[in-house]
Design a protein around this ligand. Structure first.
Ligand code: NAD
Ligand code: UFG
Length: 343
């Protein structure tokens, strides 16, 4: 069993991944400054993972950019590998506060890598994003597609991938995976942990569930004239538990193979339109989801869908859950926690 450092482990994807890692028997140190999360998510992760889990999860409240905080996190126990989720992720905010994004996402990764080298740990799984494909020329999108980000958030992810490529080439000891997530959604089937966005959600799923639960009146569908079957945008939604299991498979691959740099899409390979998502959500929740067709949102592409074959080849992993599972589990979380972790 490995001892792992999880940056940003209290967040949406990090918390679900911590649960899967604890269930696989690993021990964890989580470094999080809780800027976009709550310690309550980790308390619930421990509760779900069972009696021995509390002794295998140490929380360090701190910032991934801080040398001192990183030192404290690395000193919990010798670290076999790092999963680096900590970062800022709102596209619109990245356009108004680009330096904050470069500082946290790129500066934070840079500080983490130095601390890893200083503590003789060279195994890293990095949370990258399909956003770095920008407007793709072809779908499904393979990893060989051009990296052409169209916003500061995407630029920071591309810059970190570049930094990691340089590092892997510099020294044979590094084992690095850049995981390009498509659209992570859903929740753990228990309804105990899930996505808890601050303020008005930017993303489709949390917005739909907040409309269904009565927190918001109506959803704007951004564009009804896209070149898709029903005119609404198409995305590759991946259940967060599939994503969490993808991290476990990646970690196993890095710890057991000689692979130095793996760059993989994590997606299902299946796209759904906004209207299909709304209809499935309505059917499962039994709730109305009023919507209006609004104008297109700046920066959106018509269709983004992963080509997930490389991940299957390299990891023996593929998604197991479908849109029905996503809506069922996301709705269970929303119903049980209408105000997220703050209740
Ligand atoms: P999240 O905001 O829920 O989780 C990020 C966590 O990092 C939070 O707990 C936050 O408090 C913490 N954090 C932020 N800045 C920090 C800092 N300076 N020091 C320590 N902790 C810090 O986001 P998420 O959806 O779980 O995303 C995790 C990662 O995956 C991010 O890097 C994000 O860019 C990437 N990603 C997310 C999506 C998505 O749609 N959710 C898609 C692609 C990639
Ligand atoms: N949409 C609406 N109404 C809304 C919100 C979204 O119609 O209120 C539509 C969008 O136009 C798009 C689809 O729903 O067609 C999905 O939009 P999201 O905002 O949920 O997700 P994006 O595909 O824009 O982007 C997400 C994350 C990015 C990440 C990307 C790829 O926000 O950070 O997936 O992983 F990079």
């Amino acid at each position: 069993m490995a001892h792992l450092l999880i940056t940003g482990g209290a967040g949406f994807i990090g918390s679900h991944t911590c649960l899967v890692l604890l269930e696989a028997g690993h021990s964890l140190a989580v470094l999080d400054n809780f800027t976009n999360s709550s310690p309550e998510s980790l308390r619930r992760v421990v509760e779900l993972a069972g009696p021995s889990a509390g002794r295998r999860l140490e929380v360090v409240r701190g910032d991934v950019r801080s040398h001192e905080d990183l030192k404290q996190a690395f000193e919990v126990a010798p670290v076999d590998g790092v999963l680096h989720f900590a970062g800022l992720k709102a596209v619109g905010e990245s356009m108004s506060q680009p330096l904050r994004y470069w500082d946290t996402n790129v500066g934070g990764s840079r500080s983490l890598l130095s601390a890893m080298a200083a503590h003789d740990c060279r195994t890293l799984v990095f949370s990258s994003s399909a956003t770095l494909y920008g407007y793709p020329d072809t779908v499904p999108i393979p990893e060989s597609a051009p990296v052409r980000p169209i916003n500061p958030y995407g630029h920071t992810k591309a810059a970190v991938e570049r930094m990691l490529g340089d590092l892997a080439a510099s020294e044979p000891g590094w084992r690095i995976a850049c995981l390009r997530y498509f659209n992570p959604v859903g929740a753990h089937p228990s309804g105990r942990i899930g996505e808890d966005p601050n303020g008005i959600p930017n993303n489709l799923f949390p917005f739909i569930s907040q409309v269904a639960v009565g927190r918001r009146a109506c959803l704007d569908v951004f564009g009804g004239d896209w070149p898709t079957a029903d005119g609404s945008g198409v995305r590759d939604y991946i259940h967060v538990m599939d994503l969490a299991e993808g991290h476990l498979a990646t970690l196993d691959a890095l710890l057991t193979s000689g692979e130095q740099l793996l760059t993989l899409n994590l997606g299902s390979g299946r796209g759904y339109s906004v209207l299909e998502v709304i209809n499935t959500f309505r059917a499962i929740s039994g709730k109305a989801v009023p919507y209006t067709i609004a104008s297109r949102r700046d920066g959106d592409a018509a269709i983004t869908v992963a080509d997930p074959q490389l991940a299957e080849q390299r990891l023996g992993w593929k998604t197991k859950r479908n849109l029905h599972d996503i809506c069922r589990d996301g709705w269970a979380w929303q119903q049980a926690n209408p105000k997220g972790y703050s209740r």
